[in-house]
Design a protein around this ligand. Structure first.
Ligand SMILES: Cc1nc2c(=O)[nH]c(=O)nc-2n(C[C@H](O)[C@H](O)[C@H](O)CO)c1C
Length: 159
């Protein structure tokens, strides 16, 4: 039985964690969740570390929403750096699912984007845990989580 850690924030304006857990439950079995909600993105790294060390998580999904102000962008950079550090310390993945509030033009698009990105990254987590070859099949395919995929570049050059 694998343990999937879920960290999310009260700062975010959409419940991405519930969307991801719903998607994972539709996709397969063989895992349980440990959820840990913190105030904001800078609180995520230590929450993820606690989930790995005290709750035996095998992988963590980290959901956060940086706001639109320069101070929020700096907070996102700090949070990401901390998340990287925890991944290297623990030798385990943290899939960072951040939606910047200014990626969307209005609240409707924001909620749509959050839901899509959370669900698509939930599938990535499932594959990382149970079916790694599935991701290799899609290597170089220009996949995006949320907005439409970009697809592979060109068709002329083959290795
Ligand atoms: C400026 C700022 N911006 C954000 C943000 O854009 N998104 C977010 O989730 N949290 C933000 N926070 C809160 C911090 O991440 C953190 O929760 C507090 O500093 C308490 O440790 C802060 C302080």
């Amino acid at each position: 039985m694998k343990v999937i850690g879920i960290v999310d924030t009260t700062f975010a304006r959409y419940d991405m964690a519930s969307a991801a857990m719903d998607e994972l439950e539709k996709t397969g079995t063989g895992f349980i969740f440990q959820r840990y909600t913190v105030p904001g993105i800078k609180d995520i790294p230590v929450a993820a570390k606690i989930l790995f060390e005290d709750y035996n998580c095998d992988i963590v999904m980290a959901f956060g929403m940086p706001g639109p102000m320069p101070v929020d962008k700096i907070s996102a950079q700090i949070a990401s750096t901390g998340i990287m550090e925890v991944q290297l310390q623990e030798k385990k993945h943290i899939i960072e699912v951040f939606v910047h509030e200014d990626e969307a033009m209005d609240d409707n698009e924001l909620s749509w984007l959050c839901d899509r990105r959370a669900r698509e990254h939930a599938l990535n987590v499932y594959y990382l845990l149970f079916d790694k070859e599935k991701l290799t099949e899609n290597a170089g395919m220009g996949l995006r989580q949320g907005f439409p995929d970009k697809g592979p570049a060109g068709s002329g050059h083959k290795h």
